[in-house]
Design a binder for this molecule. Sequence first.
Ligand code: PLP
Length: 337
Amino acid sequence: MMGGKYGLSSSLSNLPAKHRLKILDACAGAAVASIGHGDQRVVAAVTKQMTQLSYHHTSRLTNRAAEALAHKLVGHRPGGLSHAVFLSSGSEANESAIKLARQYWVEVGEPERVHIISRNGSYHGNSIGCVSLTGIPNRRKHFLPLLMPHTSQISPCYSYRYQKEGESDAEYAERCAAELEQEILRVGEGKVAAFYAETIVGASAGNIVPVPGYFEAIRRVCDKYGVLLVLDEVMCGMGRTGKMHCWEWEGVTPDIQTIGKGLNGGYQALSAVLISEKVIAVLRNGSGSFTNGQTFQSHPSAAAAGLAVQTIFESDNVIENCAKRGKEVRPPSYSTY
Ligand SMILES: Cc1ncc(COP(=O)(O)O)c(C=O)c1O
């Protein structure tokens, strides 16, 4: 996680210095403040953007700030991800990703694929669609009658609790993937649109790292049944594990990915859906657009903040620093992450 020189010290109140309380914002708020507070380079970039184009609706035209950020994030096509949609929160990104997975199958010509499988113990956001995928009973209980009907949850890959005595990592990964396969077959072949997972589970349990080979095994099952793999990296992505994308650790790439939080370090409200060329190609050859839109999407000053923060990631070696500092706090049993 972000730390070291990027941790924040601040003083509270107007008390004399000797009475002031120093707080180290080591968890960066809700895992957001990825470069610390008050960086003048971001302030300057956002101010400049606001004096040039403070708001713009992208129903007809795009804007340069959003294009520049998209170029930065997916211009080099990481893992085949080639396009970005910018929203204002992780929940909105996941809501859009749910819709995208659905639209993909409609355009492919398999509209009966409506079901989404996610995992117990995962958090995907605040909106009804996101709560439908979230596997935390407390977050669901009041809203159960409102939730999307075509969803179900399988076990997480949580070796501390669920890996059996004497079971190897490879065997445990295969057992988890077999559960996904059983669930796909229970719902019905050709009925499942997507499998949805946090690459590292964050908010609900705190840094649950899958065993090596887990996502490889999951990807194999997804491919066998044509199910899209959606990775929610709203919390674990954007450099927090010492690589830009958490999936880079295993090299298993998603069809759709969501990001937020550390993307622009909280200087503005910003999140994104990153979309693979495979999914884009279907939309391009079909209706030609993603049926999704809201007033503040691709907001220019949020995008300008995002670009400034991403540039600082590079110039200040933020992600390398995470990798280095992460090793200092990593439990010895986490062999690959
Ligand atoms: C993995 C994950 N997905 C989605 C969200 C929702 O993001 P937001 O609170 O920005 O809507 C969160 C927030 O904690 C999260 O941790």
